[in-house]
Write a protein that binds this ligand. Structure first.
Ligand code: EPZ
Length: 424
């Protein structure tokens, strides 16, 4: 197993290009199942464990994939299975994204129910509701979702989501583009990753109106084509690197971004006392030597993203004053708090509301990763903690950050990856 060993106190300084987005690449990869017309070429796909897992799933279905230098090629002409097995689905919840495209193209999908998650229940009821609205007959048996399109083809419908759901919106989109007739999705997720999926589906020939908004109108078509496509940047990796510069009193320039995807996060860095500058594809953060306590509330886009909540909490341990952090998306996404407190932070929690008392000097020790963004917050804390911090179970981090230690080393961090055993 791997751990990251960090010696705190080094400033994060320099320039970097943002990686491709994990959370747009996963539905885009799933959407290639909608067309067996030829070979897809997808650029700026991050080299992450989740992508590897998805390729294993595609291999299991009978698709061919190849991955090199962040370009993924996929051919789904020879897909002959619609089964996504538990052994692979349990490694990545986003496997649920196979449901919509398999149903749309083959009229049948058999996907293992995703496993649990470190920060509370991750229901899929909205995914299933959307499929049923589109005419799928769903049965849950022996841990599997078995979905069959009545009459062999899905039919357009109006889908009203009671809760904004990125995944369920993605699945509904991928199911609707090949359905017979028109689908309207209300209270759709408007995250940039969903907008990117819409752009990909439009490139394939899909008829989608309202991209980037919470109401999407899809006129189903009979077939879609393979395309070459460039993925968007990862706004959460970019936000995490900005936080690394801010927490260490440094400055960083991140190229290859779309600032409008990060407005709520950039505003909070500015409110906290950082100097923020942007061009059409670049964001620059410069520390001013002071960090001010700044409250955040995590809500659906364009509000502050839940995937930056843990990183913000680490930053606020160094800010002057008391910060209130509320997560309205995942009410239990606070596994990072006990570990941050072990580093010397003073954070209280009540339900989905946490209060960070700062500034608190942190001192390095061993800390345990529990989920992807919680481990990112521990790395951030380690960058500023006195002495050495060891972040264990780094496989969580590898799911969402491409070579994080190399990228931080290149920006001045003293951080290295080491093997270790948890058994003696
Ligand atoms: C996506 O997860 C992201 N994952 C998550 O990022 C992100 O935190 C989340 O969206 C919210 O932005 C990927 O894109 C692969 P949701 P998803 O459906 O689609 C409730 C990371 O760190 N809900 O938007 O699973 C749910 O409980 C990961 O990169 C239902 O009630 O999230 C939550 O409260 C973590 N029923 C809210 O909706 C459902 O059927 C938003 O969840 C589905 C969701």
């Amino acid at each position: 197993m791997d751990k990251l060993v960090i010696t705190g106190g080094k400033r994060i300084e320099g320039e970097i290009t943002a990686s491709g987005s994990k959370n747009s690449s996963l539905p885009i990869i799933a959407a290639t199942l909608l067309s067996g017309s030829g070979t897809f070429t997808l650029h700026r796909i991050p080299d992450l464990q989740d992508i590897t897992t998805f390729r294993q799933l595609f291999d299991h279905l009978g698709a061919e994939t190849a991955f090199s230098h962040n370009t993924l090629t996929i051919t789904t002409a020879n897909v002959q299975s619609v089964l996504a097995p538990y052994e692979l689905v349990k490694k990545m919840r986003a496997s649920i994204y196979l449901l919509g495209p398999l149903l749309a193209r083959f009229g049948h999908a058999r996907v293992s129910l995703p496993g649990g998650c470190a920060f509370g229940p991750r229901p899929i009821d909205l995914h299933l509701m959307a499929m049923e609205k589109l005419g799928a007959r769903i049965t849950i048996e022996t841990g599997f979702i078995d979905a069959v399109a009545e009459g062999g083809r899905l039919k357009g419908a109006t889908i009203d989501f009671p809760v904004s759901s990125v995944g369920a919106t993605g699945n509904a989109l991928m199911a609707a583009v090949l359905a017979e007739g028109t689908t309207i999705i209300r209270n759709a997720a408007a995250e940039p990753e969903i907008e990117a999926l819409c752009h990909f589906l439009q490139a394939m020939g899909a008829d989608i109106r309202g991209t980037g908004t919470t109401e999407l109108i899809i006129h189903g078509c009979d077939s879609l084509r393979h395309v070459e496509f460039s993925n968007i940047f990862d706004r959460i990796e970019a936000g995490t690197i900005l936080a690394a510069a801010a927490i260490t009193g440094g400055s960083v320039t991140i190229r290859g971004v779309i600032p409008s995807h990060m407005e709520s996060v950039l505003q909070k860095f500015s409110d906290a006392g950082c100097r923020i500058e942007t061009t059409d594809d670049t964001v620059i953060l410069k520390s001013t030597g002071r960090l001010k306590a700044t409250d955040i509330t995590a809500e659906p886009f364009p509000a502050f993203p839940t995937d930056m909540q843990a990183q913000w909490m680490a930053l606020m341990t160094q800010a002057e004053g008391t910060s209130e952090i509320t997560d309205h998306v995942y009410h239990e996404r606070f596994n990072h708090i006990p570990e941050l407190n072990r580093l010397g932070a003073h954070i209280d929690i009540e339900g989905n509301w946490a209060v960070v008392h700062g500034p608190q000097a942190l001192s390095g020790t061993k800390v345990m990763s529990t989920d992807l963004r919680a481990s990112a917050s521990l790395v951030l804390a380690g960058l500023v903690a006195e002495g050495t911090t060891e972040v264990l179970r780094v496989y969580h981090l590898d799911r969402g950050y491409e070579r994080i230690e190399t990228r931080l080393q290149n920006l001045g961090a003293e951080i290295k990856r080491e093997k270790y055993s948890e058994f003696g």
